[in-house]
Design a protein. Structure first.
Length: 605
C-alpha cells in the first residue's frame, strides 16, 4: 500500500480532486481509468474523509492517496479467468488468449492459479551471490525488502527470465506471440522454475504448433538440417535454415483458389526457438503462414482474421513424479472456418471453370490448377462480360467483373443519348462493345498500342454485329492527339488503365493466379501504378489546349476511369484540372470508378 499526502496550494484552489490526483501523483495513478478505479475503492481522502470524484478543493485541504497496488492489478488483470488445462502445486499449463501480450498474461496468472502449498528451498543462484551487492539487489527484487514500494507495473513478464526477474513466480517458461493463442507452461515455485527452465533448455519439453500455410506441403521438402547455428529470434530474416525445426507433419491439405492449396501442419520447433522462427522457416520454404503480421502472407478472403498459428500441445515428464504429461489444446475455430471457406470457394470456381470449358467445347479429365495452368479464358479463347461473350487471347487482358461497374456508370451518365465514346486501352474491346450493345444510338472508337489486341477487338465487333458503330485503331494514351484521326469531339472517354505497381510485378503475379499469362502492359504501370493515369492526364491537358476543331474531347465531355483500391486521392490529384463529379463503388463497396467532367473547363484554355 502506498500512502501519499499533499496540501492544496493557492495554485490548485478550485480544482476538482480527480484532476489534482492525476497531476500530483501521475507516476502512481497513470491513467484516468486507474484514477476512477481508485476513487471507487475509496482510496482518495480529503481532510481524512473519503472523497467523491467531483469534489472541489480549497486552499490548505489535505489530499491523501492510499494506493493499493494489488487491488489495482486485480481490477485490471483479475477480471478474466484464464483457461487452466493442468495444475498442481508446482506448475500449471495455461492457455494464453490471442491478442494478449505475454506481459499482460504474466500479470493475469496470479489471479487464475491456485496458491501453491509447496515449499521452496533457498535458490542456488541466491546462494552464489549472497554477501555481495548483487545478492542484496536480488533479494530485494525477489522477496521485496519493502514489497509495497515496488512498482508492479514496471515488472516485465518472465518470458526469458533474467537476473532478478527470474525470482518472481508464477513464471512463464516460454512465450507465445501476441497474435497467437496457445499453451504456456508456468512454474509456481522458484525451485520448479529453475527445473523447468533447464528442461526447456535441454529440449525435454516438446511444443507442437498448429499452423495454416500457403501451398501444398510435401514431406520430402520438410527439414534439411544444416550445420550453421544461429541464436533463436536473432536470425537474419534473409537467411533461415532448418536448425530451428525438429519435425513437420501434415494434418490436412485443402484446395484454395488463391494459394492453390493451404496446408494445416503440426510443427515442432527445437528448444528454445519460438513461433517467429517457425514463420521465418516456412516463409523461406515458400509456404508462408496465413496472417497479416511479419513473415506471413494473407489470403484475400480471410483478411483481419489474425495469425493462423497456435501452440496446441505440450509434452514432458513430470520432474517430481516421473509421470508423462501431455496437455492438448483444440485448434482455434477460425482454422476450420478458413478451410471450409477456401474449399467451398474452390469448388464453386471449379464448377464455373467446367462450365466455361463446356461453353468452349472442351472437357478436362482432371481439375484445373489455377496456379499452374493457363487461365480457362485463354484455354477456351472466350470470356463472359456484361452478359456478352467475347473472344480473348494472351494479347488481351481477361475481362473482370469489377469492370462492369465502369459500364454501368457510363450507361447511367449517357442516358441512351447519341454519344461518341472513346475507349482508351481497349484490349479485347469488351468495354466499348458492351456500351454500344446497351446504347443503340451511340458510336465509338477503341484505341490500343497492341496490334494483336486490336485484331481480337475487331473480331468481337464482327461477332456482335457492331462493325457499323465501332471502329478500332492504334492509339497511345499518352499522345491521343497523334494517334490517328481522333479529332471527333468524343462525348465520353472510358479507360481501365493498368494500375498495378510494376515494381511489385513478381510478387503480384504470385499472389494473383493466372496474371503471369496476361500481357504485362495491360496490368502494370510505373510510379507505384499511377504511370498510366499520368500519361492520360498529360494527353488530356494537351487536348484542352488544342484548337476546337482539333480536340479529341467535346467541350462538355466526360472522363470515366477505373481505379484500384485506395487509389482515389492520388488519381483525383493527377486529374485536378478536371472536375470530379462522382465516385462509383463496386458490388463489394470499394471505390471503383471516378467520373470527371470537362464542362466549363475548356473555356479557360
Amino acid at each position: 500500500m502506498k500512502e501519499l499526502k499533499a496540501v492544496v496550494t493557492e495554485e490548485d484552489n478550485g480544482t476538482r480532486v480527480w484532476k489534482y490526483v492525476l497531476k500530483q501523483w501521475k507516476a502512481i495513478v497513470k491513467s484516468r481509468e486507474q484514477m476512477r478505479r481508485s476513487f471507487k475503492r475509496g482510496e482518495v481522502l480529503v481532510n481524512d474523509e473519503v472523497a467523491e470524484i467531483t469534489k472541489i478543493l480549497a486552499v490548505n485541504d489535505t489530499v491523501q492517496l492510499n494506493f493499493d497496488n494489488k487491488a489495482a492489478h486485480a481490477s485490471v488483470f483479475g477480471q478474466e479467468n484464464l483457461d487452466v488445462r493442468f495444475e498442481d502445486d508446482h506448475f500449471a499449463v495455461v492457455v494464453k488468449p490471442s491478442g494478449t501480450t505475454m506481459v499482460t498474461f504474466g500479470f493475469m496468472l496470479q489471479f487464475s492459479l491456485r496458491p501453491s502449498h509447496a515449499t521452496d528451498d533457498k535458490d542456488e543462484t541466491t546462494d552464489r551471490y549472497m554477501g555481495t551487492e548483487m545478492g542484496a539487489h536480488i533479494a530485494e527484487e525477489a522477496y521485496g525488502l519493502d514489497h509495497d514500494d515496488y512498482d508492479q507495473d514496471e515488472i516485465p513478464t518472465n518470458i526469458s527470465p533474467t537476473l532478478g526477474q527470474q525470482y518472481r513466480v508464477p513464471c512463464a517458461i516460454h512465450g507465445v506471440e501476441k497474435a497467437a493463442n496457445g499453451l504456456v507452461l508456468v512454474a509456481k515455485t522458484k525451485q520448479m522454475r529453475s527445473t523447468l527452465l533447464q528442461m526447456h533448455k535441454d529440449g525435454r519439453i516438446t511444443r507442437t504448433y498448429r499452423v495454416v500455410c500457403h501451398g501444398a506441403w510435401k514431406e520430402q521438402s520438410a527439414v534439411s538440417h544444416a550445420s550453421n547455428q544461429l541464436e533463436p529470434a536473432l536470425r537474419d530474416d534473409t537467411f533461415v535454415d532448418a536448425d530451428c525445426i525438429d519435425s513437420v507433419h501434415i494434418v490436412q491439405i485443402t484446395p484454395s483458389n488463391e494459394a492453390g492449396s493451404v496446408s494445416t501442419l503440426n510443427v515442432i520447433p527445437r528448444s528454445s526457438f519460438m513461433g517467429v522462427n517457425i514463420r521465418r522457416y516456412l516463409l523461406s520454404m515458400r509456404h508462408p503462414v496465413v496472417g497479416e503480421s511479419g513473415n506471413t502472407r494473407p489470403l484475400k478472403a480471410n483478411r483481419n482474421k489474425g495469425l493462423f498459428s497456435a501452440l496446441v500441445k505440450l509434452e514432458f515428464i513430470h520432474p517430481l513424479t516421473g509421470a508423462a504429461i501431455a496437455v492438448q489444446l483444440e485448434e482455434p475455430a477460425k482454422f476450420e472456418q478458413l478451410r471450409i471457406r477456401e474449399q467451398r470457394a474452390c469448388q464453386r470456381r471449379q464448377a464455373n471453370d467446367q462450365n466455361e470449358l463446356k461453353k468452349g467445347g472442351l472437357e478436362l479429365a482432371v481439375a484445373h490448377d489455377r496456379k499452374a495452368d493457363l487461365p480457362i479464358a485463354y484455354l477456351v479463347g472466350e470470356k463472359d462480360f456484361y452478359k456478352m461473350r467475347f473472344k480473348v487471347s494472351p494479347a488481351t487482358l481477361i475481362p473482370r467483373p469489377s469492370t462492369e461497374t465502369l459500364v454501368e456508370a457510363s450507361i447511367a451518365l449517357t442516358k441512351n443519348r447519341a454519344v461518341k465514346i472513346l475507349d482508351v486501352g481497349t484490349g479485347s474491346g469488351c468495354l466499348l462493345l458492351a456500351l454500344l450493345h446497351s446504347l443503340p444510338l451511340a458510336t465509338g472508337t477503341g484505341v490500343d498500342i497492341s496490334k494483336d489486341a486490336l485484331d481480337v477487338a475487331k473480331t468481337n465487333a464482327t461477332l456482335h454485329g457492331l462493325t457499323d458503330r465501332a471502329t478500332f485503331q492504334w492509339g497511345d494514351m499518352g499522345n491521343l492527339q497523334n494517334s490517328g484521326d481522333l479529332s471527333k469531339s468524343f462525348d465520353l472517354l472510358v479507360c481501365n488503365p493498368p494500375y498495378l505497381d510494376s515494381s511489385k510485378a513478381s510478387k503480384l503475379k504470385t499472389l494473383f493466379a493466372g496474371t503471369e499469362y496476361e500481357p504485362p502492359v495491360a496490368l502494370f504501370a510505373k510510379n507505384e501504378g499511377y504511370g498510366a493515369y499520368e500519361l492520360l492526364a498529360v494527353s488530356l491537358l494537351h487536348d484542352l489546349a488544342a484548337p476546337g476543331p482539333d480536340r479529341v474531347m467535346a467541350d462538355e465531355g466526360y472522363v470515366i476511369l477505373e481505379i484500384g483500391s485506395g487509389m482515389r486521392r492520388r488519381v483525383e490529384e493527377i486529374f485536378k484540372f478536371l472536375s470530379l463529379t462522382q465516385v462509383i463503388k463496386d458490388n463489394q463497396g470499394g471505390e471503383r470508378c471516378l467520373v470527371f467532367s470537362l464542362r466549363s473547363l475548356v473555356t479557360t484554355h
